[in-house]
Design a binder for this molecule. Structure first.
Ligand SMILES: C[S@@+](CC[C@H](N)C(=O)[O-])C[C@H]1O[C@@H](n2cnc3c(N)ncnc32)[C@H](O)[C@@H]1O
Length: 225
């Protein structure tokens, strides 16, 4: 996990609040206290008899070690998994196809969008892409550059952006910091944004996140998938 020094934290916070956005609203999601990303992955692996798993960003294998499946690939430039590369390096050389891909690497809009599109290119037709950390509860949790340890980044923007894509069916499951769920399928509810994606602020997310991300709770998710 990235270490932040005190000076850069203070500098990034001042910079963000002065030049990007300053908004105090805080969301209360009440994520289920006993259902996590590994439970969702286990549910999907068992239901669809998946055999090939890819994780982007493994850290200390908090998740990677818990995934029970025939073939596991874990990519991280620093620690965990079984491939020591950035996601870009991995996707450039990869020739394998996967059933289920969990994206949890660098949590910035551009990188997550790239990771999602690269994942779609190596996803089997009936496969699924999951994206962690889609639901920040406050401005500081999603600010880029980062200025706090507990951080989701602006992953949410990549989901909002791709919700406009005609060929991707996307929901966000309201568990464990928000998990984006993406299938290669015609989009049954194309998002129409009132602003350019680059102009979206946390305040827009705060007011519209249910529509933007197409949020479903666990029960609804299990009816859909
Ligand atoms: C939030 S942690 C992953 C946590 C883990 N997946 C879990 O479920 O607990 C993010 C990880 O992404 C890795 N990372 C950062 N930049 C990356 C990149 N460009 N490609 C792949 N992984 C990256 C970091 O080294 C870090 O270990």
């Amino acid at each position: 996990m990235e270490r932040l020094n005190k000076i850069s934290k203070i500098f990034n916070k001042i910079y963000y609040n002065l030049f990007v956005e300053n908004f105090k609203g805080k969301l209360e999601y009440n994520f289920p206290p006993n259902y996590f990303r590994w439970d969702l992955i286990d549910y999907l692996i068992n239901k669809y008899k998946y055999s090939d798993y890819l994780e982007i960003g493994c850290d200390q294998d908090q998740l990677f070690s818990k995934v029970r499946i025939k073939n596991k690939t874990g990519v991280d430039p620093i620690s965990g998994g079984n491939i020591r590369k950035t996601s870009d390096e991995f996707f450039r050389e990869n020739k394998n196809k996967f059933d289920i891909i969990f994206i949890d690497g660098l949590h910035t809009y551009n990188q997550v969008k790239k990771d999602i599109l690269n994942s779609i290119n190596c996803l089997k037709d009936e496969g699924i892409v999951l994206v962690h950390d889609c639901m920040p509860d406050s401005l500081s949790k999603q600010a880029v550059p980062r200025y706090r340890m507990s951080w989701n980044g602006d992953v949410w923007k990549a989901i909002v952006d791709l919700r406009q894509n005609e060929y991707l069916e996307i929901y966000t499951c309201k568990i464990d910091q928000g998990i984006g769920v993406i299938k290669k399928k015609r989009n049954s509810s194309i998002l129409k944004l009132e602003k350019n994606i680059k102009d979206l602020k946390f305040k827009d997310y705060y007011k519209n996140y249910v529509k933007y991300l197409r949020v479903v709770d666990l029960k609804e998710f299990q009816k859909l998938f």
